[in-house]
Design a protein around this ligand. Structure first.
Ligand code: NDP
Length: 482
């Protein structure tokens, strides 16, 4: 069978350059190669950056409603092709079709819709000075680089492209080398919708391609979604050129279940926050703190519901959990499990890699986890839930915060005063009360501490994709002392 070629998307169209290192795209459900691309060479990177730099001024000078109209057209195309795009995402990531139909492209389309609507409302300010005055202009920052992780590849591409483009910037986007299909499709759709050539470009490749983009002198801003170690490297490279950054990094988020919580809801949220996308979600509540009085009942119900999860072919309608993204990621997760058991965690259910093609790991629950264990400190990025117990409120707040991460947190309780009191003290960019992992585009999303810098989505993103220029308007005589 001929393997389909995948090429870069630069300056409004496909750009092939087989001189770059081969980039096989693997279906995680079967381990089979489904497409083959090539990492961008220096020539491709240069063409993409040059195209973006050339296209940005005219795009940035367009009326915001005109830019918005193009993005709205892209939204309509995405919605018209929803099923095809969901299948593409499932093929690329191994996530169940039941998920990709409702989560990935639909969320991406909402981001485009939201920022298309918001952009025409973005204005400067006037600052009276009792005579003279200052007015400010909200300008695009210019050329932005977006770099994505593999867990929500199309959503990440949209979450970065939407505010960047709506607010008049151009972007060169590098998807994860493991999941390049969605970003290329986004570039095609935006072009079909009328986006001028060069405004959104996609170059394929690994970390070296990302690094070449981040360090280019024409780049004004870098937005990365990835792990903390990569974030440190990219942030440092961007700092060298005094470039603005948005860093959406990893987490080890706490989900706190008080004894008065609705048990069934709390169990459901813990499962959503650990097993959706086979656990490959940055904001997952991977440290589930359960108050002692209900710990056994919680674990019993959790085990019962977790054992019923249907693992299988992600293209099957009834499948609830697919594989992990790669053999390497599966092996990392299994190594984490072995370490956890060796350090004293107790296996409640799951724990194995089923004997079948693809990179599957069973949904796994660990009990008797303590704060010092590796599994409670390091991000696993797989379907592994750690259950810890706690006695009181003060104690659990301190333990929840005792991590270098600060992406998200959840609280389950029927006592709303307590819920608000606790979230006010949790060190996290996003908190949920009696819910988990819902990230509507209207709400800012991002981390504190090592989990990141800046915010995606919501009005907050405007700050990160525009800069404010002050214009001093002298309305009187110039009083020179000379
Ligand atoms: P990585 O950090 O490995 O990679 C992220 C992206 O950065 C990839 O495109 C990668 O390229 C690229 N990259 C790697 N090294 C460099 C470099 N030196 N310079 C520039 N770019 C580089 O993350 P994963 O893809 O493994 O994704 C999982 C991680 O992402 C988890 O930690 C997860 O928590 C986090 N994440 C955070 C989210 C958030 O919003 N906070 C959301 C989703 C995930 P390549 O891999 O192609 O070589």
């Amino acid at each position: 069978m001929r393997i389909p070629e995948l090429v870069h998307f630069v300056d409004g169209g496909p750009l092939a350059d087989p001189a770059g290192p081969p980039l096989p795209v693997i279906d995680p459900a079967t381990g089979r190669e489904i497409a083959r691309g090539h990492g961008a060479t220096a020539a491709v990177i240069e063409r993409a950056l040059a195209a973006a730099a050339r296209a940005q001024p005219a795009w940035g000078a367009m009326r915001p409603v005109e830019r918005a109209r193009i993005l709205h057209r892209a939204v309509a195309l995405i919605r018209a092709r929803a099923e095809e795009l969901a299948r593409l995402e499932t093929l690329d990531t191994g996530k169940p079709i039941a998920e990709t139909r409702v989560a990935d492209w639909p969320s991406g389309a909402e981001a485009l819709e939201y920022f298309a609507g918001l952009a025409p409302t973005v204005t400067g300010r006037t600052i009276p000075l009792g005579g003279d005055m200052v007015y400010t202009l909200r300008e695009p920052v210019g050329l932005c680089v977006g770099i994505g992780a593999w867990n929500y590849p199309s959503q990440i591409a949209c979450w970065k492209a939407a505010p960047a483009l709506a607010l008049g910037n151009a972007m060169v986007f590098k998807p994860s080398e493991l999941t390049p299909l969605g970003a290329i499709r986004l570039a095609e759709i935006l072009t079909e919708a009328g986006l001028p050539p060069g405004v959104f470009n996609v170059v394929l490749g690994g970390g070296d391609v990302g690094a070449a983009l981040v360090t280019d002198r024409r780049v004004a801003k870098v937005s990365l979604t990835g792990s903390v170690p990569t974030g440190r490297r990219v942030y440092a490279m961007a700092a060298e050129g005094i470039r603005a950054v948005t860093m959406e990094l990893g987490g080890k988020s706490p989900l706190i279940v008080f004894e008065d919580a609705d048990l069934e809801d709390a169990v459901g949220a813990a499962m959503l926050g650990n097993f959706y996308s086979a656990g490959q979600v940055c904001s997952n509540g991977t440290r589930v703190f359960v108050q002692e009085a209900i710990a056994q009942r919680f674990l019993d119900r959790l085990a019962e519901r977790s054992r019923a999860i249907r693992l299988g072919d992600p293209m099957e309608e009834s499948t609830q959990m697919g594989p992990l993204i790669s053999a390497a990621q599966r092996d990392r997760v299994l190594a984490h499990l072995r370490t956890a058991l060796a350090e004293g965690a107790r296996l409640v259910c799951g724990g194995r890699a089923p004997d079948r093609p693809g990179f599957f790991v069973e949904p796994t629950v660990l009990a008797d986890v303590t704060d010092a264990m590796t599994i409670a400190r390091e991000e696993v990025f797989g379907p592994v839930m750690s259950v810890l117990t706690f006695a009181g409120e003060e104690e659990v707040i301190a333990r929840a915060n005792a991590t270098e991460y600060g992406l998200a947190a959840g609280v389950f309780t029927r006592d709303l005063a307590r819920a608000h009191r606790v979230v006010a003290r949790l060190e996290a960019g996003t908190c949920w009360i009696n819910a988990y992992n819902l990230t509507p585009v209207e709400a800012p999303f991002g981390g504190v501490k090592a989990s990141g810098v800046g915010r995606e989505n919501g009005h907050a993103a405007v700050e990160h994709y525009t800069r404010e220029k002050s214009v001093y308007l002298g309305l009187g005589k110039v009083e020179a002392p000379f």
